[in-house]
Ligand binder design. Structure first.
Ligand code: HEM
Length: 192
């Protein structure tokens, strides 16, 4: 991120491919077409290995919010939760089979976002500082100029769902959602 100030911020195609899949899954294909048109986006599809302007995502989600009355933050969270299984499929060779939610969160920064950067040097995933607080609590400190903490909370919930641990894992945002730095607390009821 820091190196890109002054230029338009871009994000990896996977994030956009999965946004399209999210809208088509929650609504339908014609809703997607209407949304991209109303957002002034000059394309109707994205490619996995391209980079696209982050603004397009915000414009599309902004229009979706206007159309549905659902707040942008809630849509971002729901989209973040949705994208986990597909994202883990794309990067499956970096996922260790013994991991569950706890280990995945502890390893995301180095193993997963690390792999994203290694596979494509144009990417700049957010910085996640994950610290243990006692045996059954993790604090996830999210840093990104893109201010997408809703997606961050959604991804954490999506990871718990992926491992069938939603009932034992509680995810709460501790700080203001639209900041560049947002703290999220994750409690594990099965680890105390
Ligand atoms: C604790 C779990 C995770 C959180 C909270 C998280 C959060 C996020 C957020 C919020 C973004 C949007 C960009 C931004 O905010 O600057 C993002 C980008 C991204 N994440 Fe993660 N993520 C997590 C795990 C993963 C995993 C497991 C993968 C799979 C390898 C992954 C792959 C990606 C990719 C490909 C991008 C786009 C990066 C770019 O274009 O610069 N994330 N992540």
């Amino acid at each position: 991120m820091e190196g890109k100030i002054g230029k338009q911020d871009m994000m990896h195609g996977s994030i956009f491919v999965l946004l399209k899949r999210y809208v088509e899954n929650a609504y339908d294909h014609s809703t997607w077409i209407r949304l991209v048109e109303s957002a002034g986006v000059g394309r109707t599809a994205y490619h996995m290995h391209e980079m696209y302007p982050t603004d397009e995502l915000f414009n599309i989600v902004g229009k979706a919010s206007e159309a549905t009355g659902i707040p942008v933050y809630d849509l971002m969270e729901s989209y973040g939760e949705f994208l986990v299984p597909d994202l883990l499929l794309v990067y499956k060779k970096y996922v260790r089979p013994e991991w569950r939610t706890y280990e995945m969160l502890l390893n995301t920064e180095e193993a997963m976002h690390g792999a994203v950067k290694k596979e494509d040097g144009r990417t700049s995933p957010p910085k996640l500082l994950v610290t243990k607080q006692g045996p059954s609590r993790l604090i996830v400190d999210y840093h990104s100029k893109r201010r997408m903490a809703g997606v961050a909370v959604g991804i954490i919930k999506g990871i718990a769902k992926y491992y069938h641990e939603s009932d034992e894992v509680s995810v709460k945002r501790l700080t203001e959602p639209h900041a560049e730095r947002v703290q999220i607390v994750v409690d594990f009821m099965n680890r105390s």
